[in-house]
Design a protein around this ligand. Structure first.
Ligand code: 4AD
Ligand code: MG
Length: 441
């Protein structure tokens, strides 16, 4: 095995440190007497220089991008003007080709990514990921997921692993993926919330980071069929505690990510305009949002002025967030347009103790609420929703065996990343996106 690019000690600038590196040719530039190779190994990039007889070998003059190779030589420190990543160069005295690539792989360059048509790029996703921008998003994604784990563990939350194969719905029957479960009917889970609630009595505050699945029958910039859902459930809290926790979580996660210099650099390149949100986040009740939309002449889905009880659709929500241009806690949605499990507001039973977190450029990234903690109320909610209570006995039991005021939320990781990295669509935040019409590669 060779050194990874990150392990090589350039700081000392010692001319003469001998190294052996493995990687793929990210770029190559052939001149008469010298060949420059930018080698990529996942940790970073290293400029390698082939000179003399080495630059005249058949393998060197026919070197193609994406070819995998091993190079040995001496590390040199070079001045900033030399355009070598991190001002270092490997002066090769030997190299071996490991896997030759066919060349002409323009599709993987960032330049072509910007020009190429979206479907081709998605078909070629396995190659596109080798480009700097797509890879940077994947690195930030890893750092963000790690940061959520770090923050939850700092807070003492326990991570649990709810099942993906379920027999209950959470967010309405219209987006369920049915599956054949031996002889029984089952679904791919839409949310792990109900299971998380049952963890509270043994775990206390808890969370999970799992896949959720939605058979979304529309193509938008922010809907996927399979997405990563960061969900948490908090015990013995008030609605206000929930909002305070969410502000803390979002800001803490960003701070943790930014404290990693490599991630700070990726973010700066991906989204130079990113600004850390200021706390407290703007709070806006649903009823005030309806008034605001009326005042700004933003129409509902039927092209009519918004009225109380309307869904605030994606387009209207996006306009609102773009105009206000700060994170918003949109709260107290009407009972009719929200999920069956949401607790009603004690002062105004027309509305729920619910919150959507809206971010500029994306809109909703979090949906959360206090949960009904009363047994009879929950039974009535099943009835209203047309849900057969039998399949939910384990969820209902939560209200029989020591119920509690509790609440939680789900955050779409890809939407969070779209906001953080300034991406046009959530698809760019996925390793391999899944949405209506796409299930490959
Ligand atoms: O608002 P949603 O549907 O809420 C729930 O599923 C709750 N049961 C979560 C909970 O309280 N534990 O979804 C939560 C978040 C949304 O705000 C959004 O960020 C993301 O999940 N989301 C999607 N992301 C990508 N594609 C989709 N089709 C999504 N549907 C929801
Ligand atoms: Mg929602």
């Amino acid at each position: 095995s060779g050194e990874r690019s990150k392990d090589v000690d350039y700081a000392s600038g010692d001319r003469g440190t001998r190294v052996r590196v493995f990687g793929r040719v990210h770029r190559e530039r052939k001149q008469k007497e010298v060949i420059f190779v930018t080698l990529r190994d996942g940790y970073g990039f290293m400029q390698c220089v082939l000179t003399g007889p080495l630059a005249k070998t058949y393998d060197a003059v026919t070197l193609t991008r994406e070819t995998s190779m091993m190079i040995t030589g001496e590390m040199w420190q070079v001045p900033p003007g030399a355009h070598a990543p991190d001002n270092r160069e490997l002066h090769a005295d030997y190299f071996e080709i490991i896997g030759k690539a066919p060349g002409g792989e323009d599709a993987i360059t960032n330049k072509v990514q910007a020009k190429g048509d979206a479907q081709t790029l998605l078909d070629q996703r396995h190659l596109v990921l080798r480009g700097e921008t797509a890879a940077a998003v994947m690195f930030v994604r890893d750092a963000v997921e790690h940061a959520f784990n770090v923050r939850y563990h700092e807070l003492g939350y326990i991570k649990v692993a709810p099942p993906a194969l379920v027999q209950t719905q959470v967010e309405g029957g219209s987006t369920l993926f049915d599956i054949n479960y031996y002889t029984e009917k089952a679904y791919l889970t839409q949310s792990s919330q109900l299971y998380l609630e049952t963890a509270l009595p043994f775990a206390g505050n808890c969370y999970c980071i799992e896949k959720s699945f939605r058979a979304e029958k529309s193509l938008t910039r922010r809907h996927l069929s399979e997405y990563t859902h960061v969900e948490a459930e908090l015990d013995f809290i008030t609605f206000d505690d929930l909002l305070t926790h969410l502000e803390d979580l979002i800001c803490s996660v960003i701070s943790i990510v930014l404290s990693n210099p490599r991630m700070a650099k990726h973010l700066q390149e991906l989204n130079p305009n990113f600004q850390m949100p200021t706390r407290p986040f703007k709070r806006m009740r649903y009823s005030d949002a309806i008034e605001w939309l009326q005042q700004h002449d933003i129409k509902n889905e039927n092209d009519q002025p918004h009225t109380f009880g309307d869904d605030i659709a994606e387009a209207a929500e996006r306009r609102m967030t773009d105009i206000l241009n700060v994170p918003i806690f949109l709260t107290h949605f009407p009972v009719e347009i929200k999920a069956f499990y949401m607790a009603k507001d004690t002062l105004d039973p027309r509305v729920t103790e619910s919150v959507d977190v809206l971010m500029p450029g994306v809109g909703e990234i979090v949906g959360g609420s206090m949960r009904m903690s009363d047994y009879d109320e929950l039974m009535a909610a099943y009835k209203r929703e047309g849900i057969g209570a039998e399949a939910y006995y384990w969820y209902t039991d939560q209200r029989r065996y020591g119920t509690s005021p509790h609440g939680g939320y789900g955050l779409g990781l890809e939407r969070f990343l779209a906001w953080l990295c300034g991406l046009h669509t959530v698809r760019e935040a996925c390793f391999y996106p899944r949405y209506m019409g796409r299930c490959r590669p």
